[in-house]
Design a protein around this ligand. Structure first.
Ligand code: PNS
Length: 171
């Protein structure tokens, strides 16, 4: 798994709309386990996201500012092609519950079929985050509920700004 590009490089791909404490937990685990972990924010033109890709990148870069082996980047196209370009041999994914398993298994096996040299490694987040998802965080925040302790403080602030911005627009 080692290569000529500074040890084992892992990619942690996702939408990160927005980054949650579950993501942060997995990235911290990955940073301990691998020489370098690249948080790959998917440029997905089909979805209608709450945060733009530059906003999501900015958040992740700020949250991981002090981590020397965490890089935040964007990608489009096939994940395995991106992994090859970045000389990454590992794809990291978080597994929260059985409900994640089927989709994750399909992706891992499809990616293996596309490039057998890249291994998918699953990690479980700390227990308090096993029910946290970006989708629920967005819903709760939009409806005025508290997401404290579920997302980094910066994300909480940005969610508040988005909500305020939308309310001002509607007024
Ligand atoms: O956080 P998400 O939205 O569940 O992440 C999904 C992601 C980005 C890992 C997946 O959609 C992906 O890898 N997209 C890139 C396109 C690709 O390679 N598709 C084939 C995967 S089997």
């Amino acid at each position: 798994m080692n290569n000529d590009h500074g040890g084992v490089i892992a990619i942690y791909p996702g939408s990160f709309d927005p980054l949650t404490n579950g993501h942060v937990d997995i990235i911290e685990r990955g940073a301990r386990l691998f020489d370098r972990i690249i948080v790959g924010v998917l440029i997905n033109l089909e979805k209608s996201p709450l945060f733009t890709v530059p906003e999501r990148v900015d958040i992740a870069r700020r949250v991981f500012r002090d981590y020397t082996n965490v890089e935040v980047d964007t990608f489009d196209g096939l994940l395995v092609d991106y992994a090859r370009r970045k000389h990454a041999t590992v794809i990291v994914r978080g597994l929260r519950a059985i409900s994640d398993f089927e989709y994750e298994m399909q992706m891992a096996l499809m990616n293996r079929n596309l490039n057998p040299e890249v291994e998918t490694v699953f990690m479980m987040p700390a227990e308090p985050y096993t029910y946290v998802s970006s989708r629920l965080v967005k819903e709760v925040a939009a409806l005025g509920g508290s997401v404290t302790n579920l997302v980094p403080r910066l994300v909480e602030e940005r969610l508040r700004q988005k909500k305020h911005g939308r309310q001002t627009l509607r007024a």
